[in-house]
Design a protein around this ligand. Structure first.
Ligand code: 1YM
Length: 665
């Protein structure tokens, strides 16, 4: 492992005050500091992505990343993240502590330089793995610039040092405040949130740290860095609480977690690890009883949803190893074609994690690993590891092959079914489903389709709509639960076929966003439990077979009113119980208001449906977001999968959530 880069220059804080070189370098340092700060404050988005809640949480990750790097270097085992009552967050680690020695060029303590000079962190750390995070250890100064206040504490060589900053500017020189036998670093920061009292703040007003949001990333970090204990503590509620994330099994436990509500083909995930040319590779995988593929790839602890060379290496090795084994033991018949990649990935949960010195992130969202040397490295390690596993575990190998062969047969059947479903040309409207009342407009950006529960509501919607831009597709009763059905059967389902044909964009591997005919897909179901269930079934289908629709923000839920209140000649539509109470208060409780509770969309006239639910000028709609894929997969598996007990628990805990489907995906 590397030595402390500033070790030979190490001075303590008292010596600093007497060192003439310090003053000489100070001016230059200050100029750099101010320029750096200004750049960050001017364009915070460039450094943390955005100034909304997402950017705010990003700041925590930047600091945690530095502690994780220290853990990967072999010096830190525990990281405590605390959400404080006063709106600040602190991150404490038990590593070596930020270097406090004087930085040779800057003439200031290294910790100060790291926290005040943009891009300083990377320059004088050693050659060790600077692995975590997108900013490679330079994040601390960015967080400092975006904090109204920040305090760093370093425990090192028997002493406790501290320094504080305001909007990145030093409040006082690094000083010794006590003695300790411990080592480590604590960074606590108060983000600079805009408000009436603080109009110059950078973050959007009213935002706050969310325990649940942080939890997801902290848990992921704990899975990806085996053995490191991460504790997330929330001191804001009356009764503070904390959760420990600590996985000795690392990504093996990650895969078990992904499969936790599914039946698995074999109890322990297959695990492969190795290092080659400075690239550390870890892969864990386990088949389950679903029909979907659930693979997460990471490079330097960063999720790469667009994939890249590490994922390609894994996929080619997987396909080859399984085909080779199948041929060798004649499980794949001589006359039969090889299994395709997709056949070997059906019902597979897997995590691929690579750690390397200089990752190149490419693609639209900079979330695709580009380094070409990684592919053969992952391919080689996985081929070897997986082949050995299959040879040593013939019963499991047999199970895997049976499953893949089943997938191949279903793929063939699905292809035939799909050929019948696919629209031959966009103009050939004859092939659109008969139940669809299409709109006249052809520009998808202006078109919306309402998927309506029941024929009678469908009828009202057809009459009430704006024919120019609004299409209506009625669905009969419940649609198929795709979570429990393989693709070939799914494609025989009439309601599903209607949706696929109407949307025009295909599904699964053949999905093509450009062919989508509507940019707003609106689930319009009754405001009751059955309606919520139908909506979940629709969303499950979209999530599994057209996830891009949700990712693009094209999927909505209509919000029909729950009540109509009539008083005299005045009519009011009310969308929830709180609103109802407020309205009744306003009207005066003693008066004779007539309250009608809508049991279903079918009870509304076409005019009412238009006015309350469909008219773009007056309606409210809820957009579904897919902010956390793992949580979404979990929820869908739970709600739609086979295991009854966890589902019952979830529904009990979230009864209101499910009934109203405020399910935040
Ligand atoms: C609460 C956040 O930042 N811990 C931390 C950071 C550093 C070190 C140890 C460290 C690194 C090295 C040597 C090295 C950093 N040091 C630097 C720099 N926790 C937190 N713990 N000694 C200590 O990389 O060689 C950057 S980060 F650049 F000063 F070395």
């Amino acid at each position: 492992m590397t030595e402390n880069g500033t070790g030979s220059e190490k001075l303590n804080a008292e010596a600093l005050a007497e060192n003439p070189a310090v003053d000489a370098a100070y001016d230059e340092n200050q100029i750099q500091v101010l320029e750096g700060l200004e750049a960050v404050r001017k364009r915070p988005g460039m450094y943390i992505g955005s100034t909304d809640a997402r950017g705010l949480h990003h700041c925590v990750y930047e600091i945690v990343d530095n502690a994780i790097d220290e853990a990967l270097a072999g010096y830190c085992t525990e990281i405590l993240i605390t959400l404080h009552k006063d709106g600040s967050v602190s991150v404490k680690d038990n590593g070596r502590g930020f270097p406090v020695g004087i930085h040779p060029k800057m003439g200031r303590p290294a910790v100060e330089v790291c926290l005040t000079v943009l891009h300083a962190g990377g320059k004088f750390g050693g050659q060790g793995y600077k692995v975590s995070g997108g900013l490679h250890g330079v994040g601390a100064s960015v967080v400092n610039a975006l904090s109204r206040h920040l305090r760093v504490e370093v425990r090192q060589d028997g002493k406790v040092y501290e320094q504080e900053y305001n909007i990145g500017k030093i409040e006082y020189d690094l000083r010794v405040i006590g003695e300790t036998q411990e080592t480590g670093t604590t960074v606590r920061f108060w983000p600079d949130i805009r408000s009436e009292e603080n109009p110059g703040g950078v973050f959007d007003p009213g935002i706050d740290f969310s325990y649940d949001v942080l939890k997801v990333r902290i848990r992921e970090m704990a899975f990806l860095n085996k053995g490191v204990k991460l504790v997330l503590r929330d001191e804001r509620p009356e009764e503070p609480f904390e959760r420990v994330f600590h996985y000795e099994g690392g990504i093996r436990e990650f895969v078990k977690y992904l499969n936790k509500n599914k039946e698995v083909l074999f109890p322990e995930p297959i695990y492969v690890e190795g290092v080659k040319n400075g690239v550390m590779v870890e892969v864990a995988m386990q088949y389950n009883d679903s029909y979907t593929e659930n693979i997460y790839a990471f490079a330097n602890n960063i999720h790469t949803p667009e994939g890249g060379t590490h994922l390609m290496g894994f996929q080619s090795a997987l396909t080859r190893a399984i085909n080779d084994y199948g041929r060798r033991y004649k499980i794949i018949k001589e006359a039969d074609a090889n299994l395709k990649g997709e056949d070997t990935r059906e019902s597979l949960a897997a995590v691929i994690s690579v750690k390397m010195p200089e990752p190149q992130f490419e693609g639209q969202t900079k979330s695709k690993l580009g380094n070409s040397e990684v592919r053969p490295i992952v391919d080689g390690l996985v081929s070897e590891g997986l082949s050995t596993f299959l040879e040593e575990n013939p019963a499991v190998a047999r199970g895997i092959l049976d499953r893949c062969l089943g997938a191949a047969r279903a793929r063939e059947a699905a292809r035939k079914a799909r050929d019948l479903t696919r629209r031959k040309s966009v103009l050939e409207s004859a092939s659109l489903p008969g139940k669809l009342a299409d709109c006249a407009e052809r520009d998808p950006a202006k078109c919306e389709i309402f998927i309506v529960e029941g024929d009678s509501a469908g009828g009202s919607a057809k009459m009430g709509r704006d024919r120019h831009t609004q299409a209506i597709l009625p669905l009969r009763g419940k649609i198929l639960n795709v979570e429990k059905t393989r693709l070939d059967k799914i494609l025989l389902n009439q309601e599903i076929k209607n949706m696929i044909t109407a949307f025009g964009c295909g599904i699964g591997q053949e999905f093509n966003l450009e062919k989508l005919r509507y940019h707003r897909i609106v689930c319009m179901t009754d405001a009751d439990v059955d309606g919520a269930h139908i909506r979940i079934l629709m969303l499950t289908f979209f999530y599994r077979y057209m996830p891009e629709l949700i990712k693009q923000g094209y999927v909505y839920s209509a919000m029909p009113p729950l009540y109509k209140v009539t008083k005299g000649k005045q009519e009011y539509y009310v969308y929830n119980d709180e609103e109802l109470q407020a309205l009744l208060d306003r009207l005066g409780r003693d008066t004779k208001a007539d309250i009608q509770r809508y049991k279903g969309l079918g009870e509304m006239s076409s005019e009412q449906l238009w006015q309350t639910t469909m008219n773009p000028e007056t309606r409210t709609m809820k957009r579904f977001e897919l902010s956390d894929a793992i949580a979404a997969d979990e929820i869908f598996t739970l709600l739609m999968g086979d295991k009854v007990e966890p589902r019952r628990e979830f529904i009990e805990q979230n009864a209101k959530l499910v009934a109203e489907t405020d399910l935040d995906l």
